[in-house]
Write a protein that binds this ligand. Structure first.
Ligand SMILES: NC(=O)C1=CN([C@@H]2O[C@H](COP(=O)(O)OP(=O)(O)OC[C@H]3O[C@@H](n4cnc5c(N)ncnc54)[C@H](O)[C@@H]3O)[C@@H](O)[C@H]2O)[C@@H](O)CC1
Ligand SMILES: Nc1ncnc2c1ncn2[C@@H]1O[C@H](COP(=O)(O)OP(=O)(O)O)[C@@H](O)[C@H]1O
Length: 270
């Protein structure tokens, strides 16, 4: 099936976990994050910022020391101790060859919870005990499948579907239009302004998605197609927050992250 259904803002509303009176930080969902590197610590800061802005009970950040220092400086509410999580986010801001956090990632992947694999962790998809979503851009997908970059750029919809079938995971392929392919489900969204084509945008998307996945962990275990719906919702939120931050002009990624709460509030209101 490579016919894609357009996923809308209205569809995304149902994927926002609104806390109830009985909730506490643990029942809302804890996201474990292993991102960033000594070379790219900023990606860790952006992902944690975006995850917290999307609404999650807690973020446990377990990446490299330099990145952890910067994450805590920006977001003291992040916790750097090990413990239970409802989902993992890994790989943003990591080189796919030199990975200082590989041992931590492999250990985390043994837990049967959903995992978002981004950037330098994409190729770990077959080590995961739980449901997996990978979030490549065109060049990363070409590397992952050992395919031709020009072919993917010419037919991203077909390649996202092919990747999902070949790898046996849910795939979110980034670009002006975002294609999400999962088990028996193909969704697309194009809600983002082209101002979003800026470094760090993918790290923010990964954080938003990590947050949605951690807050719907049980639902994903019950229905594997739910991971695709959450991914498409993350892309919609990301695009709408970018629009809000941009206001028709350039945007920075921390501005996008700062716009996420109001974007969610507007979605819930409308
Ligand atoms: N703030 C941060 O810490 C950020 C870290 N990032 C990290 O940066 C690393 C590289 O990510 P990419 O998405 O760029 O990886 P890609 O696989 O897309 O690119 C690999 C390399 O191709 C070269 N390249 C391709 N097109 C180019 C062009 N038009 N002009 C100049 N050079 C070009 C660059 O040298 C780049 O390093 C990753 O580890 C990623 O996670 C990025 O996510 C950007 C933000
Ligand atoms: N021209 C564009 N229009 C709209 N969105 C775009 C455009 N180009 C990229 N994006 C979005 O920006 C993000 C870029 O992610 P990525 O390539 O991983 O960047 P980075 O590694 O710098 O964070 C993705 O969410 C992608 O969908």
């Amino acid at each position: 099936m490579s016919t894609y259904t357009a996923w809308t803002a209205r569809d995304s509303v149902g994927r926002i976990a609104v806390p109830r009176e009985s909730d506490d930080k643990y029942s809302r969902g804890v996201l474990g994050v292993i991102t960033g590197s000594t070379m790219y610590p900023g990606a860790a800061v952006i992902g944690v910022e975006a995850a917290l802005r999307t609404g999650v009970g807690m973020v446990r950040y377990l990446g490299p020391e330099r990145a952890a220092g910067l994450v805590l400086q920006r977001r003291p509410e992040a916790v750097t101790s090990e413990g239970r999580v409802q989902a993992w986010l890994m790989g943003s801001g990591m080189d796919h060859v030199e990975r200082e956090s590989l041992a931590q990632m492999v250990e985390a992947l043994a837990q049967p919870v959903p995992v978002v694999l981004d950037g330098g962790a994409l190729d770990l998809y077959d080590r995961a005990a739980g449901p997996v979503i990978v979030t490549p851009h065109f060049r990363e997908l070409a590397r992952l499948l050992d395919a031709n970059l020009a072919d993917i750029a010419a037919g991203p919809a077909v390649w996202a579907r092919r990747a999902a079938d070949e790898l046996g995971v849910t795939v979110l392929l980034k670009g002006h239009t975002t294609y999400v392919a999962g088990p028996g489900i193909s969704l697309s969204t194009a809600s983002a302004p082209s101002w979003l084509a800026t470094a760090g945008a993918g790290d923010a998307l990964a954080g938003i998605l990590g947050s949605l996945v951690a807050t719907h962990s049980a639902r994903i275990q019950d229905d594997p197609a739910e991971l695709a719906r959450l991914a498409a919702s993350a892309a919609v939120l990301h695009g709408l927050a970018a629009e809000r931050a941009s206001g028709g002009g350039p945007l920075t990624i921390l501005d996008l992250a700062a716009a996420v709460p109001a974007t969610i509030a507007a979605l819930l209101r409308d």
